[in-house]
Design a binder for this molecule. Structure first.
Ligand code: PLP
Length: 388
């Protein structure tokens, strides 16, 4: 991991470099004459014996480079995986049989389904909570081994008070994991707020171009990271060299992409709540959003994902998705291209998610182009009706 106290060099004033600068520098080969500026993509599953690398499943230079950058961003030690779900499973794997896990009622579908599956098989016990209610979270942590947080949640944009929840969980003897995919480490650093582990779908904002799958777990100390690496070796869900290269390249522009997307998200959220075809906007940046006060305290920005509920029925919300031309109708989030989808089109999505909820991931296009397209597509919805 990069030295947190890094300064430009000994002969310039000792002002610490900004995170944007350090992100551009992270994960590069040593600057010796003739060396490449970027980490090379090494396509080899095995390495000549006797050196620091043995077998690609144990770790490669490509993984170390991207992990250097992510560790820097989160203020810890990162271990990468072949997808976000691989990271989810690696986080759950060490839990003892029958361990109690407390998780948000509206956590990301894949996580929720996996937790339910493990609970049904008797591998774990599961308690789901409204993460917006710290008292409910605290009470549920009694006897728990792990508090799984996600904030803001996908796709309901519910905000947990991470510091307060972590304090309550620790008092009850539970460890705390926070899925930081929506916020990104530029807006929220869960380790600083008391979480023990940060989880990412690197696939999303960190990589930023919808061209790869990757996940990560980030922990506070090298010893903890070594234990996570051992899990990765045995579970086998490693990222490939090209994915590592692309994710690191994408991460270098995260500050630019995120700040642009969230500025546009704020504009769109404001306009959408005045739109006659929209019955509700969920975005923690809106002053009257239930998560606003906590988000304003623990986040540096409100992120580039929002959700709207349209008037009418599921079929009306689907018509909006079919009508967009600048937005892309597709699942996922965090890419340079703006994406929209009706989350309940997936049978596994939580039943508490409204049928007409559209999740909007705001990319880097011109905000007026995004607005015009959405406004035109929303004309497909019968205006002023409540969803049934
Ligand atoms: N966590 C969140 C919040 C997500 O949105 C996703 C994917 O959508 C995941 C985890 C799983 O990540 P992946 O799709 O990279 O496996």
């Amino acid at each position: 991991m990069s030295d947190p106290a890094a300064t430009p060099s000994d002969d310039v004033p000792a002002r610490p470099l900004a995170i944007e600068t350090r992100l551009v520098q992270a994960g590069r080969p040593a600057p010796t004459p003739g060396a490449p500026v970027n980490p090379p993509v090494v396509l080899s599953s095995t390495f000549h014996a006797g050196g620091p690398l043995g077998y690609a499943r144990d770790g490669t230079e490509s993984m170390l480079a991207v992990e250097d950058a992510l560790g820097l961003l989160e203020g810890g030690y990162a271990v990468t995986f072949g997808s976000g779900m691989a990271a989810v499973n690696a986080a759950l794997d060490p839990l003892p049989v029958g361990a109690l896990v407390v998780a948000p009622r509206h956590t990301y579908t894949g996580t929720a389904v996996r937790l339910e599956e493990l609970a049904a098989a008797g591998r774990l016990r599961l308690r789901t909570v409204d993460v917006q209610r710290t008292d409910e979270v605290a009470a549920a942590c009694d006897g728990a081994e792990l508090l799984w947080l996600e904030s803001p949640t996908n796709p309901m944009l519910e905000v947990a008070d991470i510091a307060a929840c972590a304090e309550a969980a620790h008092a009850a003897g539970a460890r705390v994991l926070c899925d930081n995919t929506f916020a990104t480490p530029l807006n929220q650093r869960p380790l600083d707020l008391g979480a023990d582990v940060v989880m990412h779908s690197v696939t999303k904002f960190l990589a930023g171009h919808s061209d790869l799958l990757m996940g990560a777990l980030v922990v506070r100390d090298e010893g903890g990271a070594e234990a996570v690496r051992e899990r990765r070796v045995l579970l086998g869900a490693v990222p490939g060299a090209l994915e590592c290269f692309l994710a690191l390249r994408g991460m270098r522009t995260l500050p630019l992409r995120l700040r642009r997307g969230e500025a546009s998200a704020a504009v769109l959220a404001d306009r959408l709540r005045e739109h006659p075809a929209v019955t509700r906007v969920r975005y923690p940046g809106l002053p009257d959003d239930p998560g606003h006060a906590v988000a304003a305290r623990q986040m540096a920005g409100f992120g580039a994902v929002l959700a709207v509920e349209t008037a009418g029925h599921a079929s009306d919300a689907e018509r909006v998705c079919a009508a967009v031309r600048v937005w892309t109708h597709a699942t996922s989030l965090g890419g340079v291209e703006s994406l929209v989808e009706r989350r309940r089109r997936w049978p596994a999505e939580r039943s508490g998610v409204p049928e007409t909820l559209l999740r909007l991931s705001v990319g880097v296009e011109d905000v007026e182009d995004l607005w015009d397209d959405l406004d035109r597509a929303l004309a497909a919805v019968p205006q002023g009706q409540n969803p049934v």
